[in-house]
Design a protein around this ligand. Structure first.
Ligand SMILES: C[S@@+](CC[C@H](N)C(=O)[O-])C[C@H]1O[C@@H](n2cnc3c(N)ncnc32)[C@H](O)[C@@H]1O
Length: 208
């Protein structure tokens, strides 16, 4: 299996930009890998929480997932993709610039977004915050650096989302007791939906 050679030597490698750059460099330009779920699995939920196809959507840590292109082909044209791996952003820009010209791609750290306040309707994280929490240590009591990274990501998401209408969708394998601490914020409402049958995934919906 091609993806097996991309597995890190240790879990905490998922936290480093070098690991992601190397992994994407090894995959060819057409490489595509979706963590957890594909658009087909979650399309009904996306359409429920993002009913307006003209919404300006921020994709946090897009990687080489097909989620953005499949959302685009479903009518969500206004998607801005960011990832701190310049390698994957270069590959994705090249792959989509002609066929999906309205979609944008930026090399950027999600802990320090270069977008203005209240400039997005929706932000989506599929498995990206999870990368921060792959560091060694007690899952019940993650290392301070990981806690700070998650906190900074959510601070930035809340800053760039429009007040009163903004929605943050976070899809993960992690159960509520491991993630709620980062997502419970003043003046927001958090809803959690459980997906899947044998193995469960969770969609956290944070409304601003
Ligand atoms: C587990 S993958 C998920 C990729 C994609 N969202 C998906 O669903 O398949 C995590 C992605 O987040 C990116 N990433 C990790 N930390 C980041 C950070 N601080 N800023 C931006 N991107 C980051 C990695 O480069 C990688 O592409």
């Amino acid at each position: 299996m091609a993806w097996a050679s991309s597995l890190p030597k240790k879990n905490e490698d998922y936290v480093t930009k070098e690991y992601w750059d190397e992994r994407y460099a090894k995959e060819n330009d057409d490489g595509a890998f979706d963590w957890f779920k594909s658009y087909a699995d979650i399309a009904d939920l996306i359409r429920e929480y993002v009913p307006d196809k003209a919404s300006r959507i921020l994709m946090l840590g897009c990687g080489n997932s097909k989620l953005s292109e499949e959302m685009y082909d479903d009518g969500y044209k206004n998607i801005v993709n960011v990832d701190y791996s310049g390698v994957v952003i270069g590959q994705m820009k090249k792959k989509h610039e002609e066929s999906r010209p309205e979609m944008e791609w930026f090399e950027m750290d999600i802990q320090e977004l270069s977008f203005g306040d209240e400039s997005f309707d929706v932000a989506i994280d599929k498995g990206t915050m999870d990368a921060f929490l792959s560091a060694k240590g007690d899952v019940w009591n993650p290392p301070e650096e990981a806690v700070q990274s998650c906190t900074r990501e959510v601070d930035e998401v809340l800053r760039v989302l429009k007040r009163s209408t903004g929605v943050f969708l976070y899809l993960t394998f992690a159960q509520p007791h491991f993630r709620k601490r980062f997502l419970i914020r003043p003046n927001t409402t958090l809803t959690i939906r459980e997906l899947g049958e044998m193995f469960h995934y969770y969609l956290y919906i944070l409304k601003v």
